[in-house]
Write a protein that binds this ligand. Sequence first.
Ligand SMILES: *Cc1c(COP(=O)(O)O)cnc(C)c1O
Length: 415
Amino acid sequence: MKYTELPLIPFSPPRMDQAIIDEVIDTLKSGWITTGPKTKKLEQQLTEYAGHRKTLCLNSASAGLELILRWYGVGEGDEVILPAYTYTATANVVIHAGAKPVFVDVLPNFNIDPDEIRKHITSKTKVIMPVDIGGFPADYESINSIVNESDIKKLFNPSNGHQQKLGRILILSDAAHSLGATVNGVKAGNLTDVTVYSFHAVKNLTTAEGGAICLNLPMDFDVDEIYKELNIKSLHGQSKDAFAKSQIGNWRYDVLEAGYKCNMTDISAAMGLVELSRYDDDMLLKRKYIFDRYTNGLKDYAWAQIPEYETDHIKSSYHVYMLRINGVSEVYRDQIIEKIFAQKVSVNVHFMPLPMMTYYRNLGYSIADTPNAFIEYAREISLPVYYDLTDEQIDRVIQAVIEAAEEVIKERSKA
Ligand SMILES: *Cc1c(COP(=O)(O)O)cnc(C)c1O
C-alpha cells in the first residue's frame, strides 16, 4: 500500500474560494441576509441560463419537489412513478404528500426505463418523476410523449383545476444532479414540464443548502401566477415576503394558507451567483476533463465499464463518475471499495435502490421487482469528482481503482 502516507482524497468537497467568500461577506454587510435581492437575481439568472419560463429558489430540492406535488394537488389515493434507483428525497416527498411511490426499473445507463413507466401507469397516476442520475438526462423525448398518448390521457383522472387544465400526467424532473446537462443543446430545466435542481453542498453548483423549481409548463399556464402561489406556499402562506414587508409603509400582510417554510437566504444565493457566473466555462469544463481522464485511464481494462456521459446529442453535467466493475457481485464490489479506501481514496456508491432500504422494505416494496436496479447497483463505484482535484490526484484514484479491482478479481478466480 504505497499511498498510505498521503492525505485522503475526499469525494466531493465544495469549491470555496475568495470570490465566494467576498460575495458572502458582501451579503453579510449589506443589511439583508435572508430572501431578498440576491435570491431574486439568482432566479433571473437561472431562468436565462437554462431558458425555461420561470424559476423559484428554495432551501432545498426536496422542498421544491414537495411544493410541486402539493401545488398539483397530489395526495391520498394518488400514485407517483419514479425510478427505484435514486436518492431517498425523490420518494420521501411522495410519502409526505400522502401519495404512493411506484418504483420502476432502470436502463443500463441508470435512468428510468420508459417502457417500465408505461407498464406501471394506472388511473391513479398523477406524476412521473424521472431522475437524471449522475447528471445524464433521462429519456424525456419518450417520457414526454408517453403522457400525451391518447390511451394514457384517457386513463388520467383529474381531481382539481390544475390537473384538469393539464389534462394529463405531470412530469416533474429531479435534476438534482443535472444542472448544465443538455439534450440537442437544450438545457435541463427546459426538457419537460417542471424541473427541480439541488444546490446542496455535494452538488456541482452549490449554495451550501438550496434548490430551485424551473417552471416550463405549457403556455396556457400563467407561470408568474404559479410563481406567486409557490412563493406563498414556501413562506407560511404569507401574502408578502419579509423583504416586501420591510419596504416603507408595507407592514400589513395576510395569511392565505398554512404554508411551509423553505425559502432561500441571500447568503446562499450569493454563493450561487458566483458559481453560476463561472459554471459553463469553468466548473463544467473541469468536470468533463476529470471524467475524460478517468475514462482514458480505465477504458482498456476488461473489468471496467465506463459510464455513459456523452452521446451525439446528449451531454451530462458530469456530476458523478459511475464506474461499474464487470462480472463482480455486491460482496466483491464492496471488497474493491475497501481496498480503494485503504489507499486513501474516497469513493462512494450511487445509489442503493430504495426498495432495499428498511423504511420502504417495511412498506412492502421488494428489490426483486426492479432486478436491473439491483444489478447496476451491485457493481457500481462512484469516483471523486470536484473542482480542486489535481492531475496527480486523479492519477492516484485511477491507480487505486486498478490495483483494488485486479487484486479482488485475482483472489476471486483462485477461490
Ligand atoms: C441530493 C438529491 C436530492 C435532494 O436535494 P436536496 O437539495 O438535498 O433536497 C434529490 N434527488 C437526488 C437524486 C439527489 O441526489
